[in-house]
Design a protein around this ligand. Structure first.
Ligand SMILES: [Zn+2]
Length: 326
């Protein structure tokens, strides 16, 4: 993967290319963003460009350094792995600290790419910090994480932080259709992708996604018919599957949003789930605008509390009561 092959993130790429061109390289960078958004691609392209023998701002793809990187055995670009849930102090010692004292084997820089860097536990972060405080001239660290706030302030302050923003849905959808996806499916998956190509690709391949979506739509329909028990069966069914629960709520949010748009504009043009127009119209008919807005607010609220690890059962009960009130 070179910079030229990466979708979006143009400002970050410009910044990185500028650093390579002007030879102003920091010892550590953080790429922060949701999964599948392009952290690994950006870090890989940067590492490749840094060690490319041609010395351009993007990797040449032909020199020995580029070639070995593509084959996955460039000795000076190292991916730090972890077997446990956390990255432990022994992972940091074995893979980073022991290794960094040895000069690069055959390249200008020795680059450590650390996926899930926010999973370094406190001991591991402290051990890593020591290296980060006094890295050798050739040492570079590229930290990939979904939540850089979990890193110690003392680590953050030594890194250049890039936040990867969601890609426009149109770009994600275009990416999928270019690779042969059916247009309607590509549009749908891009809407649910949160602006992440990786997530969009997962949805394209997922058999479960269709089922989950149907479940969300059925739930919304039954709620409008006054059947509140449906929320309880949802909790029972998804007790162990938080991500599925979150996705169901996300889809329900979109249904209410679509119903509101349909109600206010009287046209299906701006609705997202065009293939569910009948279900959307049925909900729009039963609920007034205030109720739909309240449903959206309630769901957003519950989702953000679920993401902060709230109790799913209690939170859905809250949703249940809020919906019942209206
Ligand atoms: Zn090269």
């Amino acid at each position: 993967m070179d910079f030229s092959q990466i979708e979006g993130h143009g400002n970050i790429i410009e910044h990185l290319k500028g650093s390579v061109k002007n030879n102003r390289i920091n010892h550590a960078y953080i790429f922060d963003g949701i999964r599948g958004i392009g952290k690994r691609s950006l870090a890989g392209a940067f590492a490749k460009a840094l060690n490319c023998r041609e010395g351009g701002t993007d990797a040449c793809g032909k020199c020995i350094s580029c070639k070995t990187f593509e084959e996955g055995n460039n000795p000076d670009i190292i991916y730090v792995t972890h077997e446990k849930k956390d990255i432990t102090v022994s992972d940091v010692r074995e893979q980073i600290i022991k290794n960094i004292s040895l000069k690069p084997y055959s390249n200008r820089y020795k680059i450590f790419i650390i996926p899930d860097a926010d999973k370094m536990n406190t001991l591991a972060q402290n051990a890593f910090l020591k290296t980060l405080e006094e890295p050798p001239e050739y040492g570079i660290f590229l930290l990939l994480c979904e939540n850089s706030n979990k890193l110690l302030v003392t680590i953050l302050s030594r890194c250049i932080l890039f936040r990867l923003h969601p890609l426009p849905y149109s770009l994600v959808s275009e990416y999928l259709t270019k690779r042969g996806a059916d247009e309607a499916k590509a549009q749908l998956c891009s809407v649910y992708s949160q602006g992440s190509i990786g997530i969009a690709m997962e949805l394209m391949q997922s058999e479960e996604f269709g089922e989950i979506r149907q479940k969300a739509i059925d739930t919304a329909l039954r709620l409008e018919d006054g059947d509140m028990t449906v929320l309880y069966s949802l909790v029972d069914e998804l007790r162990e599957q938080r991500s599925a629960l979150d996705r169901i709520l996300e889809i329900m949010y979109l249904i209410y949003r679509d119903a509101l748009v349909l109600k206010q504009t009287g046209s299906a043009e701006r609705i997202i789930q065009k293939d569910k127009i009948n279900e959307t119209a049925s909900i729009a008919k039963k609920a007034d605008a205030y109720r739909l807005i309240d449903r959206c607010d309630a769901i957003e609220d519950i989702r953000s509390r679920l993401n902060r690890n709230g109790n799913a059962q209690l939170l859905l009960e809250t949703l249940f009561f809020r919906i019942k009130e209206r």
